[in-house]
Design a protein around this ligand. Structure first.
Ligand SMILES: Nc1ncnc2c1ncn2[C@@H]1O[C@H](COP(=O)(O)OP(=O)(O)OP(=O)(O)O)[C@@H](O)[C@H]1O
Ligand SMILES: [Mg+2]
Length: 176
């Protein structure tokens, strides 16, 4: 059983959605995994919608399917063993489950991103943090390495990492 909690964004008001369509809508989503012991039904009919500028918190006990739902939205579920027998994931009204892998790749990272539960071990230990942050801008916006690095510094500044300019070349293990 999961519950959801919504708040307006930092501006304190809900931004208007384009054409009255929510930014993200999950409808009757079902996800199952084929295992040796049979089919494990991880997500059974989840529904939620998020408008532009809104924050939605999804609460639920461990194993209730929060991460699996997020992975389905991102399009990073392991299929097989995973399968989505039923449901829709509408991004700006368009069902991502019906999109081509090329379309999904464009949305992933540029429009929808995921911060993993164990963010530190999700980063590549042998690449600098700045390089990994900059990758987003190189891949999705075609920025040069230099410009991507500048954007990475900006982002680190924004989350108040002290001396971002010096720390952009640090490796994940050098951050607490
Ligand atoms: N690849 C997989 N194969 C089989 N079962 C899986 C797989 N991935 C997830 N599951 C199962 O799906 C269910 C939902 O897991 P999920 O990770 O989404 O839970 P969660 O709500 O994020 O929990 P937590 O609060 O611990 O992060 C669990 O029973 C889990 O064991
Ligand atoms: Mg989880």
């Amino acid at each position: 059983m999961t519950t959801t909690e919504r708040t307006a964004g930092a501006t304190g008001r809900r931004a208007e959605d384009e054409n009255g369509v929510p930014l993200l809508e999950v409808r009757d989503l079902h996800v199952e995994f084929r295992t040796r012991e049979g089919v494990a039904r991880a997500v059974n009919g989840v529904n939620y919608s998020v408008s532009a500028g809104e924050t939605l918190a999804v609460l639920g006990e461990s194993g209730s399917g929060k991460s699996v739902t997020a992975q389905a939205i991102m399009g990073i579920l392991d299929m097989p063993p995973g399968r989505i027998p039923k449901g829709e994931i509408l991004f700006r009204g368009r069902d991502l489950l019906k999109a081509s892998s090329e379309e999904r790749r464009k949305v992933r990272g540029a429009r929808i991103a995921m911060i993993f539960q164990d963010a530190l071990s999700s980063l590549n230990p042998v690449l600098s943090v700045g390089y990994q942050l900059g990758e987003m801008f190189r891949v999705h916006q075609g920025l040069s390495r230099k410009d991507a690095r500048a954007r990475a510094i900006e982002l680190m500044d924004r989350v108040r990492i002290p001396a971002a300019k010096e720390r952009v070349g640090d490796y994940p293990h050098q951050f607490s």
